[in-house]
Design a protein around this ligand. Sequence first.
Ligand code: FES
Length: 288
Amino acid sequence: MAAETGTGGHAAGMFKTLRTDAWWFEPLWTGLGFLIFTIYANYEMMKGDNYWFSNGAHGFGGYLSPFFSPLLFADTRVWAGAPVAESFFGEAPTWWPTWFPSISAALILPLPLSFRLTCYYYRKFYYRAYFMSPPACAVNPAPQPGKYEGERMLLLFQNLHRYALYAAIVVLGFLSYDAFMSFFRDGVFGVGVGSLILTLNPILLGSYTFGCHAWRHLIGGKKDCFSCDAFNHDKGMKKSYGAWRAVTWLNERHMLLAWVSMIWVGWTGLYVRLVASGAITDFSTWGN
Ligand code: FES
């Protein structure tokens, strides 16, 4: 009797495929990579210290970890070096529990996180890496609860992405301000290794954010048909098309920028932590 076959003609059963390449490699490294980042982000949030460095100077300028930006509150009960003067609302309220130390990190992280989790690329990667639904093209999925029906109800939640985009742009504004602030120490202009790292952060995040499919739809004038006859007679539409093409350049590199920008956020936070804790020296024009 002929063996039962799955979609595409390969044998039925989990991970069965006719593919002979290392199809499992991508879901493996993407799954592990995101897991490591999530663990590190939670570590930063729960630790709540060494997120600010100004070399003892108290005037304008310094390095702020992106995990704590914008700095809404500073909690000196958790970290004696918390920069109260730099925070928007000063000292954290006394009713806030110290076991959940960083009030600003707790409030701010959900914004960029919801943007990432609903991103078209991230959805593809975590459906594959974590839910194996399916793990790769032309590879049989892990057993699913019920019949495969695409995103269905989940799609309603994922629609949040177009609104999370606005939040991500606001956060990007704060990170750009942090980059600007990193070129000052006690009001004196200068450059440190940290200034360059903090500046690259919003540049990479901006390249990822403005390569977003939802942004491309917005900037492209929400037109669905550039080849229609009306397009050829409408100057406004031609301008929209120019913007759409520019964003498309970033959009085509969206996956790469998603990973590079995320890794850079982690690296920036780690760099500020290492400098603030005294583990490494930040070489700069201000001296040490
Ligand atoms: S689709 Fe990836 S950020 Fe919008």
